[in-house]
Design a protein. Structure first.
Length: 402
């Protein structure tokens, strides 16, 4: 078995289900508009004022008062026989009782340099002083579109740029959002390099930038990774001081008494949710919850195995904490045999390229080549979930999109 030495080993489906159900959405908070993008609305967005907030012109035309003809004026209060030229949406002058559409008006110069407006007869097309619109025609009355407090967007929507524009136009300065989880990353080990090529027996850290970027793409707030020596005292201090909702560690998850991550979690009285998964790669991933409610995700130090842990545990956990719906996997048919799992009871997570229409997708496995065997993951459209005893050409598989 690929998880020898671990306790309570789960199948991949069981582990993914636990990660998808072990948490609740975080508490709602009020956020400024510039902070709310990418989060989910915790409350419906409602109008603060009547829409429109005053009587406005519904069309381009002349706001009129009384019977025509009308002398054009700029006054904000009309007397009988006066009119004011308006664009659609502009507030009506006082005493206006209708808006005469531009195409139904005849405008001509009057005495003393005034402008005289007369209604146009629809049949003859000529000016006719008896023509005027019905009372209140061409007017959008205050609150006719929506009263103050009307819901204009339901809760649960992802806050996008158009939603921010809508909120601002409605007069909102803040939005009630589900608090995006804050995620920290601890990269364990002294032998990892932070820049340049591998040298003198030391390899490049491939996860310090990857993990924060992955969680940020899910809508979480990914703090920059922190490098920490793989020692019990320092790791304990880092975990205790981490002001995060989820802390992800990389490395030091192998079973045995020399695993500092496991020792620290025992000292912190963590509740173990997942301790090993029958999966290739990534068998030694783990998930625990601290007494204060924070989650600890332990990822193996091998980059492929860590990526498997990200899609298996971290992605569903972050999604649930955000209050977002879990993505639906897609079905595809393997165009070639998938790489074999390390053990017969393992689920194989295989990078694939997707081809064809959505209704008849073909999944073509990509070889685990390149530095750290990551070329397949880097070129893949998704990750095929290949159960034990499956993975042959023509087999139907479920695929997680990347």
């Amino acid at each position: 078995m690929s998880t020898s030495g671990l306790d309570g080993v789960l199948s991949w489906a069981q582990a993914h289900l636990i990660a998808s159900t072990c948490a609740q959405p975080l508490a709602p908070v009020w956020a400024r508009l510039d902070e709310a993008a990418g989060s989910l609305l915790a409350r419906p967005l409602a109008t603060l004022d009547d829409d429109p907030s005053a009587d406005v012109a519904a069309i381009n035309g002349y706001a009129i008062c009384g019977q025509g003809p009308w002398n054009r004026t700029l006054n904000q209060a009309l007397a009988p026989g006066e009119c004011n030229l308006l664009r659609a949406g502009e507030v009506l002058p006082k005493n206006a009782d209708a808006v005469l559409e531009m195409d139904r008006a005849v405008s001509e110069s009057g005495r003393g340099g005034t402008m005289l407006v007369t209604g146009r007869d629809e049949l003859s097309g000529l000016a006719d002083e008896r023509v005027r619109p019905e009372l209140w025609a061409g007017i959008a009355r205050r609150g006719s579109r929506a009263k103050a407090g009307t819901t204009i967007l339901p809760a649960g929507r992802l806050v996008t740029a158009p939603i921010l524009a809508l909120a601002a136009a409605a007069g909102h300065d803040e939005l009630s959002i589900i608090k995006p989880p804050v995620v920290g990353t601890l990269v364990l080990g002294n032998a990892l390099l932070s820049s340049g090529r591998a040298r003198k027996g030391r390899v490049r850290d491939a996860l310090g930038n990857t993990v924060p970027a992955f969680v940020a793409a899910l809508g979480a707030r990914g703090n920059p990774a922190v490098r920490a020596p793989d020692t019990h005292e320092l790791l304990l201090a880092e975990i205790e001081d981490a002001n995060v909702d989820v802390l992800i560690t990389t490395g030091a998850t192998s079973p045995g008494d020399d695993s500092s991550v496991r020792k620290v979690l025992r000292d912190l009285d963590a509740r173990w949710l997942i301790d090993g998964v029958s999966v290739t790669p990534g068998a030694q991933m783990l998930l625990a919850r601290l007494p204060d409610g924070r989650f600890i995700v332990g990822l193996p130090g091998d980059p492929q195995s860590a990526l498997a842990g990200l899609v298996t545990l971290v992605a569903p956990l972050i999604t649930i904490l955000r209050g977002a719906p879990l993505p639906v996997n897609i079905d595809a048919v393997l165009a070639e045999d998938a790489p074999f799992a390390d053990f017969a009871d393992d689920t194989r997570l295989a990078p694939v390229i997707l081809e064809g229409p959505e209704s008849a997708l073909i999944a073509r496995p990509v070889a685990d080549t390149g530095p750290a065997g990551l070329s397949g993951w880097a070129n893949a459209d998704g990750i095929a979930i290949v159960p034990p005893a499956k993975g042959y050409r023509g087999d139907a598989v479920s695929v997680m999109r990347l």
